[in-house]
Unconditional design. Sequence first.
Length: 146
Amino acid sequence: MSLADWAKNGWLRPHTPSKGEVKNLFEIVERDLKDAVAKEISDDWKFGIAYNAALKLCTILLHTSGYRPEKNLAHYRTLQALPLILGDKHKANADYLDACRKKRNETEYDFAGTVSKEEAQELINFCSELKDEVSAWLKKNHKDLK
């Protein structure tokens, strides 16, 4: 299935990104990655902040591909678009981020203390690597927006 198929299904709608929008989203990613390593916050919050950075990186990919998700399942669709944009090798990464989405929801709304230090650090490291890949993809595919 492609992004165009998702749009036909009503899961996505057209979006025209701007250079300013992409810049602002990258600034959020930078802020979140910096804040996620702060010593004075819980591992739950570090994880949640890193999740937000990952979501913004996937948002950059989706928006610069000409789409934005409909409100229903917006986070899920944004994360699952990752392999459709960067290739099938990212299917496992999309699944990992979906598991992080579920864990983040649990720790945000239901239970405190569900995230380990290792889980938070793993997501922070993942986001740092994804940021580099998204930047390289933009430079190659959308120089006008980087």
